[in-house]
Design a protein around this ligand. Structure first.
Ligand code: C5P
Length: 309
């Protein structure tokens, strides 16, 4: 009898920026309660998933040398978890082509885990529903459910409880990638330290920001962007102040640290403006490299008949 070997599956997973990141107090479980508005961006990673004799993770592209390829990689954990649920062995090779900066505050590792869940559900023909995948995603990390969801969403709890947010139009971003990364736990701990020694300002609720998203006007949105982790990221990497200033001087409507940093995200008025801000930032010597991106884009999805790129 002929046995059919499934062909490799390619999955694209988006990065994210937090348009609003309100951080509550430290909880007993070591996490912080968040009120956040995520937007999925076109800067993404592609995963190629193929049947293999044993589980293996390979990484190429942006920051590949810093990504572990062993059981500590979130993709490895996703494969083991899903295989366990399916009652089978995780016999796959997963090749990650990174476009999202590593340890950059753009949820690159979470995006890869979400892509692995979507891809393996298809490769192994598991037929798990979105809700079932979201439950596994939330066990893997706070940002993994959003990487499945995509678009624009309000996140509460650890950031894993999501509600879609109406967002009109496409927004144009410039991303300034920093030299070196920041550890997410270290940035949260720095915010706790700053709060123990003073009263850094805290963001209010994101109602106005959500209205601006529904309206679709970047000029209205720009002054409402905010991130409680920014003070902590700047405290650990003071040179980011120069990067933020340079982006606004180059013509961006606003700039903020993305998530726990150190990537800085700049909202621009149009695609043309983003290209010009990116060119000026690249020449200013205030970051390692510069990317343009747009959002919102869909969550992790299988590319069928599309050229990965
Ligand atoms: O959930 P994830 O593994 O991405 O979280 C990494 C770390 O970031 C946590 O161990 C915690 O230190 C910090 N974190 C937090 N509050 C959140 C999410 C993450 O303190 N809501």
């Amino acid at each position: 009898m002929l046995s059919v070997v499934p062909s490799p599956i390619t999955v694209r997973a988006p990065s994210k920026v937090n348009l609003h990141l309100g951080v509550g107090d430290l909880r007993a479980d070591g996490f912080h309660d968040l009120t956040t508005v995520f937007q999925a961006l076109s800067l993404s990673d592609d995963l190629e998933i193929a049947p293999a004799g044993s589980l293996a993770v390979r990484v190429s592209g942006e920051g590949a040398a810093e990504v572990p390829t062993d059981r500590t990689n979130l993709v490895w954990k996703a494969a083991v978890r899903l295989a366990h649920l399916a009652g089978r062995a995780p016999l796959v090779e997963i090749a990650i082509a990174k476009g999202i900066p590593v340890a950059g505050g753009m949820a690159g590792g979470s995006a890869d885990a979400a892509a692995a869940l979507v891809g393996l559900n298809e490769l192994w023909d598991l037929g798990l529903s979105r809700d079932e995948l979201v439950a596994v995603a939330a066990e893997l990390g706070s940002d993994v459910p959003f990487a499945l969801h995509g678009g624009t969403a309000l996140g509460t709890g650890r950031g894993e409880r999501l509600l879609p947010v109406l967002s009109r139009n496409t927004f144009h971003w410039v991303l300034a990638l920093a030299k070196g990364g920041l550890s997410t736990p270290a940035v949260f701990a720095e915010l706790d330290r700053l709060r123990a020694h003073g009263t850094p300002p805290r963001l209010g609720e994101p109602q106005q920001l959500m209205q601006a998203l529904a309206f679709g006007d970047p000029k209205q949105l720009a002054p409402l962007l905010g991130n409680d982790l920014q003070a902590a990221a700047l405290s650990l990497k003071p040179e980011l102040r120069r990067t933020l200033r340079a982006g606004v001087n180059a013509g961006a409507l606003a700039g903020l640290v993305s998530g726990s940093g150190p990537t800085c995200a700049f909202l621009c008025e149009s695609e043309e403006s983003a290209v010009s801000v990116a060119a000026e930032l690249a020449g200013a010597g205030v970051c390692r490299s510069v990317r343009t991106a747009n959002g919102p884009v869909p969550g992790a999805r299988v590319l069928s008949g599309e050229t990965p790129g």
